[in-house]
Ligand binder design. Structure first.
Ligand code: AMP
Ligand code: ZN
Length: 465
């Protein structure tokens, strides 16, 4: 498998630290609000990459953090008259609701920064002991000059970075590029005990510390949106490698932005759509299809037209799934014939192509093309004269290739129970509209099928006679 490694700006063969295992850390959301569909892309992309590793037989330990203490958290909690803790609890719950709806698998661990305070304080203390950090009046800064590889990830040299940083000089720092690893408590802010007085961690140290604690000194993959390359990931590398003297992550992966009118979607620009809003109107399959129809390193300009076109594409695939599911009820032949065996073998070429494309830096856009090639092939070759076994195999292959993308797992058949619930709901709607004729018609239809309705104060109940 090949992965584009931001550290070296090229595609590299993936070699795990431990055979068949992947240790992966993805920078997660700051939990002060609902996440938007731009954040959603990053979560969907790395969820897909994780699923694909699993599909290829790797065991993945997948860590995605919650940033539950920073300026935005504090400001929002103060504005709402609540605590940072309560705000974090609330939006972590909302995160899970939306992530589950987007069919994003739960991480192996979702650490919260505030639950790692003792470890963070130790981390900072050790950096000071080693001479990589220094304290000024309760604040602790990382000394970038001491870390000679500073700037490697973002491909910048330290002189340019320093020139840029001089615009915003803070007299207390030894060097303009130095950044805070610990911040002293200000009025109206929560604080945690430390050798430097009450305070809170800087953002970058949280990830360095939690990744080390949960996954070890060196991890396979560290990932996030491309806005995190500098300074967040650059600073994480500096802190972690200064402390351990070992490489922090072997592969750095960054997914491109979701834009609106060619500008990055972001909370601060107020040009965002929440995942929840979009989920109200479109199914997870459609949203994932849209996000995965571009390569993850390509920017994606979000629009309603794109969503509509994704919806039409997903429907085309589900039409084939529906056709196969219906054929299963109709066909007589049970087992595959010799001709069919040859045909089924030939379907493997689509799987091979799909794997080749996904192995090439997770090219989901081309992998989707393989799924369409498979669909076309199935549409022309499977019919009412096919065997149940062949139809089942074709259906399984569609679902197999949809699996790593987190799509195409639904059945188009609705259960009898769901169908009855739907009819009951339609009847309620008809009654609300005073359309008594339609309401009675639905009741009679159900009666003919042996279902009787009972109107109770708690709502409509139904039972089978
Ligand atoms: P935040 O909650 O802003 O810290 O972001 C959470 C994750 O979403 C990070 O990995 C960001 O890099 C990523 N992200 C933020 N905005 C976008 C965007 N417009 N497109 C894609 N990813 C984004
Ligand atoms: Zn991070």
């Amino acid at each position: 498998m090949k992965i584009y490694n931001t550290l070296n700006n090229k595609k590299e063969e993936f070699v795990p630290i431990e055979k068949n295992k992947v240790r992966m850390y993805v920078c997660g959301p700051t939990v002060y609000n609902f996440f938007h569909i731009g954040n959603g892309r990053t979560f969907i992309v790395f969820d897909t990459i994780r699923r694909y590793f699993e599909y290829r037989g790797y065991e993945v330990k997948f860590v995605q953090n919650f940033t539950d203490i920073d300026d935005k958290m504090i400001n929002k909690a103060n504005a709402e008259g609540t605590t940072v803790k309560e705000l974090g609890d609330r939006y972590i719950k909302e995160y899970y609701q939306d992530a589950d709806s987007l069919n994003i698998e739960r991480a192996t661990v979702n650490p919260r920064a505030t639950e790692y305070m003792a470890e963070i304080v130790n981390f900072v203390s050790e950096l000071i002991e080693k001479g990589y950090a220094y304290e000024v009046d309760g604040d602790v800064y990382f000394s970038t000059k001491r870390f000679t590889k500073y700037g490697r990830l973002s491909g910048q040299n330290i002189e340019d970075l320093q020139a840029g940083a001089r615009i915003n000089v803070d007299e207390r720092k030894q060097d303009p590029m130095d950044f805070a690893v610990w911040k002293s408590q200000k009025p109206g802010e929560p604080g945690w005990e430390s050798p430097w007085g009450l305070g809170r961690p800087g953002w970058h140290i949280e990830c360095s510390c939690m990744a080390k604690k949960i996954l070890g000194d060196t991890i396979d993959i560290h990932a996030g949106g491309s806005d995190l390359v500098f300074p967040h990931h650059e600073n994480e590398i500096a802190q972690s490698e200064a402390l351990t003297g070992k490489p922090f992550a072997n592969y750095w992966m960054h997914s491109a932005f979701v834009n609106v009118n060619n500008v990055k979607m972001s909370k601060s620009l107020n040009n965002f759509f929440t995942a929840r809003e979009i989920l109200d109107a479109y199914e997870a399959d459609v949203i994932r299809f849209l996000m995965l129809s571009a390569h993850y390193r390509q920017q994606l300009n979000f629009s309603e037209e794109l969503l509509e076109s994704a919806k039409a594409s997903v429907e085309r695939i589900y039409n084939t799934i529906a056709n196969l599911e219906n054929l299963l009820d109709e066909v007589k032949l049970e087992l595959t014939t010799e001709d069919e065996k040859v045909y089924l073998d030939s379907l493997n070429k689509h799987r091979d192509k799909y794997i080749e494309r996904m192995d090439d830096d997770f090219n989901t856009a081309d992998a989707i093309t393989s799924i369409f090639d498979l669909i076309k092939d199935i549409n022309t070759n499977i019919s009412v004269t096919s065997s149940k076994e062949a139809i089942t195999k074709a259906l399984e292959l569609i679902r197999e290739l949809g699996g790593p993308l987190g799509m195409l797992q639904k059945s188009t058949k609705i259960s009898l129970e769901d169908e009855i619930e739907q009819l009951v709901e339609q009847r309620q709607q008809a009654r609300k509209n005073r359309d008594w004729a339609l309401a009675d018609k639905i009741r009679d239809e159900l009666k003919e099928r042996g279902i009787v309705l009972e109107d109770t104060p708690q709502g409509v109940r139904w039972k089978k006679l």
